[in-house]
Design a protein. Sequence first.
Lengths: 62, 494
Amino acid sequence: MKKIIVLLSIIPAIGSLSVVNRVEPYIFGLPFIIFWAAAWLILTSICLYISSVIFDRQEENK
Amino acid sequence: MNSSILIIIMTLVLAFYLGIRAKKGREMKLDEWAVGGRSFGSLIMFVLMAGEMFSTFVFLGASGAAYRMGGPTIYIFCALTYIVPFWILPPIWRYAKKHNVLTQSDFFTKKYNSKSLGLLVAVIGVLSMIPYIVLQLKGFQIIVSEASYGLIPPTVAVWIGMLCVTVFVYVSGIHGSAWTAVLKDILILVVILFMGIYLPIHYFGGIQPMFETLEATKPGFLLLPDEGLSISWYISLCLIIALGQYMWPHCFGASLSSQNESALRRNSAILPLYQIILVFILFIGFTAVLQIPNLQGGDTDLALFKIAKDAFPPWIVGVVGAAGMLAALVPCSMLILTAATILSKNIYKAVKPDTSNEQLAKLTRIFVPIVSLVSLIFTFYGGNTMIALLTMAYSFVLQLFPPLAFSLLKRNPVSKAGASVGMILGVVLVAYFTLAEATMATLFPKAPHFIQDLDIGIVAITLNLIVMLAVSAFTRKDQQTIQEEEPVKRIIIS
């Protein structure tokens, strides 16, 4: 379980620090560079939320 | 008196009303006044923490940055800023609860079993917060003078701002801030979404057409350039912000006021979603680049107001101003309250340990206007170096990260001497680099570009880390034996 939680932090960390430096293609009206950065906000949120649910379950089991 | 300034005044009155109401029926002890007595559930916690990040810098500074820098502004919503607290806040909270620690300085004192280290951390905290408060006052100044359409001159506006904030701290304390923060966040959310969507449609017929026009008018403006604001610059700045964010004494303190650690994790999970609003702020800045192209230097921070005045009637400008005013008021009152608390509880008491809690509470109230006044003076002399000052402040608090991170390990290899020397060196380096206007490029003129573009804060924290570990290797770790003492009994404050 611990491995999954760590992975759920490492993936968005790498994603949010990476830059796709291009304007095309536009997605939802956004240049790709901005879309990419914004998408990682949502993905990070999902990853961290799943992690916090796993954490809470572990606490309960203790 | 025009409708825009009237709306701002009405909002201010409402904020004060909320503050007074929140305080009513509560007896304010020192803990309660500053930390809310570790009683905040996840919703209020969330609002408080998000509220501190949504300050004037985001409202005016982010749109200004988009105007000035273009695409590289994406660093302001780097999600890494929320992954770091997800991991470090729960263990900090757990330790703080076990040892009844209420402030950042006490945390260091306890962890390293050294009062002088706690004092050092307190001093670095206050030093870093002053420029941050100055920035909020500057924002207040811009908002009030712009929204009054020149009726209120900037110098008067900044005095009004300072007085409002000071009085607000007195009437509300942390509970008032929480409720006003709710009002502020709703207003900001509405204003930014509305402006971010409406402006591109109004001028260009949509968001994508706005970007296409921008790309055609200023090719490459939306991308990170090969040199300067390059990818290595981006990564270094994101790291500094992510590691530094929760080293701010007020952010650190707000985390300690959480009811449980689960709330802290969930907050870190939800906060990135909240930052999506920053994307819309970029739209405002980008629209302004095309519509009001001639702002220079410090004036770029006016981008949001200039475009609002161009597109909207005065009453909407008033609503925008009200949102901006709250974005300055709430974080600023939190900052001043935290700085005053540190000055009395962590600095004065460290020097004079026999001060009673009642005297400390009194002292905190006396320090509030002093902090405000000092910040006000810097507002007049700060000039155009605001961004430089803020970067300096961020790099200052960043220096607290290495000793904090190591103290969370089961076996901390860092000694108090190592931690102190490292932090002092880091802070001195940052101050020197800022005053000498040194950058990686001036320090290493022959280095490749990806190194030259790194933010200078990285050098300071790296040297801090190296020196800290080196000194620690040669000094006895006397705190390690004492660390596992029995939990300190709660001092009963009557």
